[in-house]
Design a protein around this ligand. Sequence first.
Ligand code: FES
Ligand code: FES
Length: 197
Amino acid sequence: MPVVTQSEGMSRRELLSRSGVVATAVATVPLIGADALAEEAPGEVGVRMTVNGTVTPLTVDPRETLLDVLRERLRLTGTKKGCDRGQCGACTVHVDGERVVSCLTLVATLGGARVTTIEGLADGDRLHPLQQAFIDHDGFQCGFCTPGQIMSAAAVIEDGRARTDDQIREQMSGNICRCSAYPGIVAAVQQARKEMR
Ligand code: FES
Ligand code: FES
């Protein structure tokens, strides 16, 4: 699936330029969510993705980012908009289990995808181990970067790439914390990693 990950570090302008292919494709091929096409206005495309376990059919402008759809249309405002250009990690969510920066992910490419945001991480009233660990270790100050930090850490732990403090710092380097809560973040990831094994 042509989503853009943090590590690729592409600016939004570059992405939109490269994804001219997306605009061309959606104009010619009924590639996404054909059952949602009936409601489309000219220039829009239908897309049906699953967001936090709920099937979510939408009609979208091919230029709309996942971040804007999550925040502005689905009111899932836990995902934060920091730089809006792939540089801070505040908007990190999971698409099919992989972390992506949602500000550089065009929602029109996500037909059939499974999207998880910070709102979908807890088990009912029970916090995810990472959420509890961030509280236990003061892994935040203002908290603005925290949803992205937690989503990024969840993917890194699942992939087994966060065994040492150095690995955690390296793998989480795309998630910037302006409050410099990094020692607490590393400690929190270590605690959660042990609980998630
Ligand atoms: S990386 Fe998406 S808002 Fe900064
Ligand atoms: S806690 Fe403030 S930016 Fe990270």
